[in-house]
Design a protein around this ligand. Sequence first.
Ligand code: A2H
Length: 254
Amino acid sequence: EGVGVQEYTALKLLVKEWPEAIQTKISNSLPGDAKVYFVPATLRPETMYGQNCCFVGPNLTYGIFKAAENEYYFLSPRSARNMAYQGLFPEWGVFPQVAELKGKDVIGTLVNAPLSVHKDGVRILPMETVKDSKGTGVVTCVPSDSPDDYATIMDLTKKADYYGIKKEWAELEILPLIETPSYGNLTAKALVEKFKINGPKDTKLAEAKELAYKEGFYQGKMIYGEFSGRPVSEAKNLVKQKLIDSGDAFNYGE
Ligand code: A2H
């Protein structure tokens, strides 16, 4: 990693329903009316309209941390610690943990994803390539514009039984939201197909990711949402500010 600071947008995805198997553990650890949020870190806030699920690493360890009166965050302990030194918890350097869970425990949780077209909510799904050492260990899925996300969604759909998920959780519509001159309106799909990427661990994903990011940011134009028609390079900060103003996101750096 370089010396620069990575500026993430941390998004708040409110839990609507926990999986049956952990409901007792949750109600024993948290007040009945507690609001719990999954907190993915993203570099592409302008794509949040297209969220169709949210990923955790099935084998990673997560915590639920108390961030405010009645407000709790589901994220990696490492990121909770960082946040505590960025003034994101009430007391400097303190990140009170109320529960510990594995990613696999929360698969199937239904959450509300701010700005997403999928208004009934999206599911928490497994992504084996999520790194513990970056962001919050939670990754919101935008398969139209992230090759990693697209490759993972395709794999989950093909092997739903193997992953222990319902196929329909991975099959929500992929919304076209950015148009690029080279790859049309589903940049990630176009690149995954062009490079014949055959799964989420394919090494060609690195190059596809690089191209998707450059093309999207420098040549992309929004074709969905209130900033439709604007270049992505302008929309990025506008959408980010909108999410922060509505209380649905905050800045997180590392
Ligand atoms: B991005 P950087 Cl549409 N493990 O958000 C693996 N990937 C992670 C992660 C982790 N612990 N934490 C964050 N990420 C992903 C949207 C997106 C992203 C789009 C297109 C490209 C893209 C929707 N997913 O990232 O290594 C998150 O996915 C391309 C790099 O810190 C986050 O932004 O530069 C990005 O990687 C952060 O990667």
